[in-house]
Design a protein. Structure first.
Length: 278
């Protein structure tokens, strides 16, 4: 994980913690390489999850480490979720890491699980929001004193003015994380949670990058997610597993989570087998 405040507390005693992969201004390249090699020696694989909003220098550092070590055992997963959503995904992958899945399946599961995380925020202004489409009408309303906006960034972008609509919620049982910034409101807990039939609400600290991601510090960020590891396990298990033609690791979906190579279409895999059998 590229930010320590995106490591949520474990839900049980078995869930492992995550390692903080520091930025270039916090750690030399030699030290970063040594630390990564140690992680590979201890665990065999490293799945590095980082948000799309990460500093370019930090992202380059991750790719440099992977290139220097020449290792397909390092997965670099760039996630286009708000900070709290990234934290939820990281915890779910931590939970999966102790199940009977290969590292390739766990890494590939990130894309699948992202679709089941409903990430949003309550904002007092959308004038600087550039992560979700904002209409000119919404921009104009943002200047009206007292206006508040409910925004959903994932799985499908949506923006409403509070009091004039509802955010589309999940059609499955969830828990809700709520991280309060410099905004006082009970809209998330008193309106969103009941409408989404949330079972439990948990308060957590607001990630440091949330204000920049949402364009304002006057916000309350929230994320609804599948809370039960048994359900997550069943979800991942239900997807057909393939073998990556490039690195040989297991994967689910259409792209390898470890080397990022796309899965060959069925006809290509069939032709390839025919050639080998000649």
């Amino acid at each position: 994980m590229t930010s320590a405040d995106l490591v949520l507390p474990p839900t049980d005693q078995q869930t492992p913690t995550a390692v903080h992969l520091r930025a270039p201004d916090e750690q030399s390249l030699d030290t970063a390489l040594s630390d990564m090699q140690l992680l590979l020696d201890l665990h065999g694989y490293v799945i590095a999850v980082y948000p799309s909003s990460i500093a370019p220098a930090h992202e380059r550092r991750l790719h440099t480490i992977r290139a220097v070590l020449e290792s397909d055992r390092i997965a670099l997963l760039k996630v286009d979720l708000p900070p709290l959503g990234v934290a939820v995904l990281v915890r779910q992958l931590r939970q999966l890491s102790i199940c009977d899945f290969s590292a390739g399946v766990v890494a590939s599961a990130a894309r699948l699980l992202s679709h089941y995380i409903h990430s949003g925020a309550l904002l007092n202004s959308v004038t600087k929001l550039d992560r979700v489409p904002v209409s000119l009408k919404a921009h104009a309303k943002s200047w009206v004193p007292g206006s508040q906006f409910g925004v959903l960034a994932n799985p499908k972008p949506q923006l409403i003015k509070v009091g004039t609509g509802e955010l589309d919620g999940p059609d499955f049982t969830t828990h809700l994380l709520v991280a309060k910034g410099q905004l006082q409101s009970d809209w998330v807990t008193k309106t969103v949670a009941p409408a989404w039939q949330v079972q439990e609400v948990h308060d957590v600290a607001l990630p440091a990058d949330s204000a920049a991601w949402w364009g304002t510090s006057k916000l309350i960020e929230f994320a609804a997610f599948l809370p039960d590891i048994s359900l997550i396990y069943q979800l991942v298990s239900s997807v057909r597993r393939e073998v990556c033609s490039w690195c040989g690791n297991e994967l689910i979906g259409d792209r390898c989570g470890l080397c990022n190579a796309p899965l060959n279409p069925p006809e290509s895999r069939t032709r390839g087998s025919a050639v080998l059998n000649q």
